[in-house]
Design a protein around this ligand. Sequence first.
Ligand code: 1PR
Length: 538
Amino acid sequence: SGGDSVVTLLDYGAGNVRSVRNAIRYLGFDIKDVQCPEDILNANRLIFPGVGAFAAAMNVLNQKGMAEALCTYIQSDRPFLGICLGLQLLFESSEENGPVKGLGLVPGVVGRFDSSNGFRVPHIGWNALKIESNSGILDDIGGRHVYFVHSYRAMPSNDNKDWISSTCNYGDNFIASIRRGNVHAVQFHPEKSGVVGLSILRRFLQAKHYGVQRPIEREASKLAKRVIACLDVRANDRGDLVVTKGDQYDVREHTKQNEVRNLGKPVELAGQYYKDGADEVSFLNITGFRDFPLGDLPMLQVLRYTSENVFVPLTVGGGIRDFTDGNGRHYTSLEVASEYFRSGADKVSIGSDAVYAAEEYLRTGVKTGKSSLEQISRVYGNQAVVVSIDPRKVYVKNLDDIEFKAVRVKVPGPNGEEYAWYQCTVNGGREGRPIGAYELAKAVEELGAGEILLNCIDCDGQGKGFDIDLIKLISDAVSIPVIASSGAGAVEHFSEVFRETNASAALAAGIFHRKEVRRVISTGTQGSINGSHEVQGC
Ligand code: 1PR
């Protein structure tokens, strides 16, 4: 139904499809939401952005009578685009909490990536597509990087080879997209894949007749290292939300007024860094530990506005924990996170609360399932939960002096100490806790974190490079992706951290605010669209 500029969206309410909506509107199309099975049958073009877990999605589709309508629609070769879980559901079944039966339109079983061969699960980040056959909406995209975030994947087989339009390599060669006639489905997120992703969506929406596939010029490569622009956000003394940046977490100017350093407006800067080619953008609400974020509505507004124009993954952190407001109303950390997701975040980042959860887990050996980390990752998937670690380096003379994992440091401490451990802190570095970054990282991985954002208070804002000892220690200890952070001051620091450690991404703040952004971001993946791609490989 509707004219040519209307696209029908199947949003069964299991999660955030805000970015897909934003991308469709950005491309000049109106959205009609599916309310009943007839809306599917009457659609001119249907987009199905699957979110959440496989079983839950199938349940809703079956209960609402939509599974049958979807099968009819797809079998009659009407224009369809499934995204992520919207691809997986077309297969016969999935192993996710299963086996669980799918729509059964495409032969094959959706299984979990195998992390035993050294590949980090979830598969998060920008990976290259290999076009396998006449792919239509993916013409010209071969070798280009697009954004993936998933733990399960479908594999090519003799039975489904006629469907496969592209594959991607991540330990396994898995199915990145399928196509038959007007029916398309992609495992990656076009709405989060920057300019390339938007061009794929545009082709689908414009429903062109696709010519014969051109030869693949670029060779497919591996998962790329990501470059993430970070915006530390807080209210200044006048109450305006500003982007700030500290030196070793001190964000106040050293003037008489001692004001909060103001580097610009959050929405504007995020938009600028996206245009410059950032692979992801992170907002850290750095006073979230004391100011309740749902009372801090400007932050939600910042996310809403940003996600209208920024088509790469957005992470938000700060204040994710249970909270009781002045009126005695109790909010769970899950409610706080849900509000962030609804406002446009793809991932949330937990700092202080994850430290307390890890301490308790290490003390008792019991996973209660009640921590913010466990609850949010259970509902939204672990790919949606980042744990932000704020460690401070503590030098020691002898390894026997401490109970935490230490490293031999390249440069000895002030008193000639040869070793150091990394003490976790809470409340923006204000309080040291009896747990090391190594112990914390391993514990939060077990509790369900999907990624680790590894800061370092000593290096923050110094521009002297990342703490390679620390990043090596943590990225070798866990099998989830580690984002190196704190201390970037030159393009070479990014190359160094990717060369010397197993970090999957590097995050920086000051270097971008100082307008050295273009050169640095162009080393990332999105940036490679416009030019060189110096930092790569995994
Ligand atoms: O504890 O769950 O409320 O989360 C608070 C979040 O806010 C944490 O992620 C914590 O890292 C962050 N945070 C708290 N206080 C500060 C501060 O600076 N005073 N900022 C802060 C953290 C560190 C990085 C920074 C990098 C790169 N900032 O985000 O962007 O160090 O900087 P650089 O490239 O300029 O060196 P909770």
